[in-house]
Ligand binder design. Structure first.
Ligand code: F6P
Length: 412
């Protein structure tokens, strides 16, 4: 029998997923697991993010197990557990985590998450010397990946995070569908989209036929609210079917007439372990003000968890396998504290390892949508943003039926 010569034989790599789920996490887990196995690692899954390293630990063996990477969400489950002390939980859980990493003989950790999960991983790497590799994940797409989008001779700093492409398709389709009911009733439908701090996902509604929008990056002061209502009125009058779908991010900062200040709308002001509240309900506030101030029939629709749900789409599937190829490179070079990223915005067929690089996990932070992608005076997403989306979604997901039937005048 041939002897196995695998580089990392006898070593164990463990994967965890933290924060809000996305349709692409299972694909990331499967892709990393497969490649790590080929390198000789035994591969474990840590259940419920950092929580699975507390107490006695909650660890499963992923080696040689069937795994469905197309299935949405995360089979390892997730949590917003923070290893470090926070307002909500003042306990320092790092000693428990270190103890379990030792007990289970885990040599390398791959942390699938956003800023919070990967920020904590990076801290563990720096303060405790735990070898970690971050793996990007968020439907909000606001994790700084330094991905360059070349548009009209300009280099724009964009972001492409696993989870966003699938969520983008869902929101574009959602907006494209809601358009027909808005048209039938000559309504304005204010479509609320997840995105606490950034409007990347909200902007995908333009591939569902929406034009105007509001995002958290640019707050709506008293004066800007007046300008916004003017734009809504004009856009409504100009629309062929006398209807509008207006996407707004859940985290939009909106001038409150009664409080006389700009504020957000909370679903719950209770903070999670990373200090985030839960937003929700801004669409209802905006729709009712549109009705009152403009006399238009307006409704609110919250897309909520729909964007996060369901199967992994093709772009995400290929993106996660490509980034997992880069993880192999990092493992081989024992380059820890790094996260693989796409270095430039590319269409599906160019998702290849040579278009990736890795960045220091300390630099990931939050990347808002810049003015290259959103025209703050027109409250519109720009042509540059359309070009960015075209690379990921290929084509818009809506149809038009602008009927112009001749009116019938009764005969005398
Ligand atoms: O993961 C980010 C996100 O999708 C945000 O857009 C949203 O505010 C948040 O998750 C809500 O997550 P949950 O309700 O699961 O805490």
């Amino acid at each position: 029998m041939a002897r196995e010569h695998k580089l990392f034989k006898g070593k164990t790599l463990a994967i965890l997923s933290g924060g809000g789920d996305t349709p692409a996490i299972n694909s990331s887990i499967e892709s990393v697991r497969n490649r790590a196995s080929m390198l000789g690692y035994k591969v474990y899954g840590i259940k419920k993010g950092w929580k699975g390293l507390l107490g006695d630990g909650d660890i499963v063996d992923l080696s040689h197990q069937p795994y469905d990477g197309w299935y949405g969400g995360t089979a390892l489950n997730s949590s917003r557990t923070n290893p470090f002390p926070s307002k909500k939980n003042p306990e320092n859980r790092v000693p428990q985590i270190l103890k379990n990493l030792k007990r289970y003989k885990i040599d390398v950790l791959v942390t699938i998450g956003g800023d919070d999960t990967n920020g904590a991983a990076k801290r563990l790497y720096e303060t405790e010397g735990i070898p970690v590799i971050g793996f990007p994940k968020t439907i909000d797409n606001d994790l700084r990946t330094g991905t360059i989008h070349k548009y009209n001779g300009k280099e724009i700093e964009a972001v492409i995070c696993p989870g966003f492409p699938s969520a983008a398709k869902a929101i574009a389709e959602f907006a494209g569908r809601i358009k027909t009911t808005a048209e039938s009733h000559n309504r304005v439908i204010v479509l609320e989209v997840m995105g606490r701090d950034a409007g990347w996902l909200t902007g995908t509604s333009i591939f569902g036929g929406a034009k105007l929008g509001l995002i958290p990056e640019y707050e709506i002061t008293k004066e800007r609210k007046r300008m916004f209502f003017e734009r809504v009125k004009q856009a409504y009058m100009d629309s062929p079917r006398k209807s509008l779908v207006i996407p707004v991010s859940e985290g939009v900062r909106w001038y409150d007439d009664k409080k006389d200040k700009v504020d957000v709308v909370y679903a719950s002001s209770e903070l999670d372990e990373y200090g985030h509240p839960r937003f929700g309900g801004i669409s209802g506030v905006i729709a009712s003000e549109i009705s009152q101030k403009l006399g238009l029939d307006a409704r609110a629709q919250i897309t909520g968890y729909y964007a996060r749900s369901g199967i992994c789409r093709k772009y995400d599937r290929r993106l996660t396998t490509t980034l997992a190829d880069k993880v192999v490179d990092l493992l081989l070079r024992e380059k820890y504290g790094q996260m693989p990223v796409l270095s430039k915005v590319v269409p599906y067929h160019e998702l290849e390892e040579y278009n990736t690089s890795s960045i220091d996990m300390g630099t990931i932070g939050n990347k808002p949508l810049s003015e290259d992608y959103f025209d703050i005076d027109k409250f519109e997403f720009t042509d540059a943003y359309s070009d960015f989306l075209k690379k990921i979604l290929k084509y818009p997901r809506f149809l038009d039926f602008n009927s112009d039937f001749p009116a019938v005048v009764p005969e005398k």
